[in-house]
Design a protein around this ligand. Structure first.
Ligand code: PNS
Length: 165
């Protein structure tokens, strides 16, 4: 059985992430989407909230499981006996950062963890969680960036009443 982990912050989950999740779940027998519990960052959503959001958004994908991790990805992958990490590439700007992480993980794991990249669908290539947070914080429209239920939760975090709702 081919299993893979898709690690990330998912703060918040965007249509770009969902696109990668759908496509990776069609390639692997099981995909574990795992939220990084990064104690150095002050996230918009807690890990528990992000896990719940991901669970709801992936309800229709039976081979997708949602989890979270702290510390190094290679340690988490070893514990779960997973040898493939999935990441999305939007543009050349992502490439340098992702290449460095992928190579570091490969060396650190003694070649036990490889990374498979999916190129983000063009319609989502401009999306980023930080962009979504910024737009929402100023009351802008994020309906084209995140699922509707996520948009509601993001606006709630900023104490913003949704337009037309
Ligand atoms: O969604 P993000 O924030 O771009 O995801 C980054 C992530 C979670 C993939 C990366 O920061 C990560 O794997 N962090 C865990 C710590 C780790 O393993 N670091 C070593 C790689 S340099």
């Amino acid at each position: 059985m081919k299993r893979a982990v898709y690690p990330g912050s998912f703060d918040p989950l965007t249509f770009g992430h969902l696109d990668i999740i759908r496509r990776a779940s069609a390639v692997f027998d099981e995909l574990i989407v795992s939220v990084l519990n990064n104690k150095e960052k002050m996230p918009l959503f807690s890990v528990e909230e992000r896990v719940k959001i991901l669970e709801k958004a992936t309800e229709g994908l039976p081979n997708v499981k949602v989890d979270y991790f702290s510390g190094l990805l290679i340690d988490y992958a070893r514990e779960k006996d997973i040898h493939i990490a999935v990441r999305g590439l939007r543009a050349i700007t992502d490439f340098e950062y992702e290449l460095q992480i992928a190579q570091t993980n490969r060396v650190l794991s003694q070649e036990q963890l490889d990374t498979v990249f999916f190129t983000t669908s063009l319609e989502y290539s401009y999306l980023s969680s930080s962009g979504v947070r910024q737009i929402a914080s100023f009351g802008g429209d994020i309906s084209m960036c995140v699922p509707d239920f996520v948009a509601g939760l993001v606006y709630d975090k900023y104490g913003i009443k949704r337009r037309g709702g």
